[in-house]
Design a protein around this ligand. Structure first.
Ligand code: ADP
Ligand code: MG
Length: 397
């Protein structure tokens, strides 16, 4: 789960990170009153969406003005005016795709006098099996571009989990960011703060871009992006209130509520599979035969008829789906339960795309008989290879 910049900053502030004062605005009416709580003289108005690149982004609607999603203003009145222009409108950035994202919340923040913009992030580095810090003096811009053109300007330092953050690691990072004096001291402390926040909150990603050195020599977290590890969310009921459902894919949200592992993808063949490994293999073989899967979907080992029905409905609600492949191995789950679930769903939603069903395992004959006995227009398949070829052919005509 990802959270908004202002939420990430509030979390980091509680750990002691240097974060400016700011106010959250949910509707235009409260913007001016709230902005007046800030000291000034600079009020930065920031659109809150779960995507970066806001500063260089643009709005679709003319009424939002020509500027991007981060606007510098000099009075609370001006800040409120900019907030009003952005709220409810669609911000398009490099990370949103061309559809953009609707701005439902604004963060107005005390403006900083920037001397230098740096890059600092924390991730789980799977190759070393450790938490890694990535630091660069080239902050504020596209880090992928820096990695491409000047990779020597990016330092990666991993943390030994048995030691936690050490002086040696903090010193390396401070050196990579070329910090000195007061900023170096603050930087060393910040590394420990971020490490603690990252591990205690089970984050998957924490990106501060930019971390700035201010003209007064101090450091400040100017932007913050946080994603939590979904596998550890059960340990953090307190983060549930940070969820912004408007930022999530509606089908993924719905699947999550039914405890289905579903990830929407861009292809046109919807897949209903049990077991993550089989789901991956099914996606691979669809690609092998020249088509693209519309989703990853693992209904799980012990799915009920209701769960299968819901899964099928989710697949058919995706407008991009032009064909469906059901590929189930009946182990714990029985093929006849799957067959009944599929039929129940089709009865409710109708079926206007080709459907290929491949069943194998426990009660396979019963399952096949249920499908064959219906007047559904189902293409039966004998094995995975056969199933993939049949659905690709049915969709591509
Ligand atoms: P994004 O990465 O989505 O574009 P940022 O929060 O990084 O959004 O803001 C973009 C740029 O706007 C920053 O690199 C910085 O130059 C400027 N900026 C952002 N917040 C402030 C602030 N509080 N004070 C001064 N400048 C800011
Ligand atoms: Mg940024």
């Amino acid at each position: 789960m990802n959270i908004h910049e202002y939420q990430a900053k509030q979390l980091l502030k509680r750990y002691g990170a240097p974060v400016a004062d700011g106010v959250v605005v949910m509707n235009a009416g409260e913007a001016e009153e709230k902005a007046k709580q800030l000291p000034g003289p600079l009020y930065v108005v920031k659109a809150q969406i779960h995507a970066g690149g806001r500063g260089k982004g643009h709005f679709k609607e003319a009424e939002a003005g020509e500027k991007g999603g981060v606007r510098l203003t000099k009075t609370p009145e001006e800040a409120a005016a900019e907030a009003r222009k952005m709220l409810g409108n669609t911000l398009v950035t490099k990370q949103t795709g061309e559809d953009g994202k609707t701005v439902g919340r604004i963060y107005i923040e005390d403006g900083a006098d920037i001397d230098r913009e740096l890059y600092l992030s924390v991730i789980v580095d799977r190759s070393s099996g450790r938490v890694a810090f990535i630091a660069s003096t080239e902050g504020g811009m596209d880090i992928e571009e820096v990695a491409e053109s000047t990779p020597d300007k990016i330092a990666t330092v991993t943390v030994d989990p048995s030691e936690g953050m050490t002086d040696a690691v903090a010193d390396k990072l401070v050196a990579a960011l070329k910090l000195d004096g007061k900023a170096a001291e603050q930087g060393r402390e910040l590394m420990g703060t971020l490490y603690k926040a990252f591990t205690e909150s089970d984050m998957a990603m924490l990106e501060v871009n930019p971390l700035i050195v201010m003209e007064n020599g101090g450091l400040r977290v100017l932007d913050a992006k946080v994603g939590f590890d979904p596998n550890a969310e059960f340990r953090h009921a307190e983060f549930e209130e940070l969820r912004d459902e408007t930022e999530e894919d509606p089908l993924e949200l719905r699947a999550g509520k039914s405890d289905l592992s579903y990830v929407k993808l861009d292809g046109n063949i919807g897949c209903m599979v049990n077991g993550a490994g089989l789901a991956m293999a099914t996606m691979d073989i669809i690609k092998h035969y020249g088509a693209e899967p519309a989703n990853f979907l693992d209904v799980g080992g012990g799915a009920t008829k209701e769960k299968v029905t819901e899964a099928f409905k989710i697949i058919t609600s995706d407008a991009g789906v032009q064909g469906i492949l059901v590929n189930i191995f009946g182990g714990i789950m029985q093929c006849d339960v799957i067959a009944e679930g599929v039929l129940a769903a089709v009865e409710e939603t109708g079926l206007n795309v080709p459907l290929v069903v491949r069943l194998e395992g426990t009660n396979v004959d019963k399952g096949k008989a249920i499908i064959d006995g219906s007047d559904l227009n189902v293409i039966a398949a004998n094995d995975l290879d056969d199933a993939a070829q049949k659905i690709v052919k049915a969709v591509q005509g």
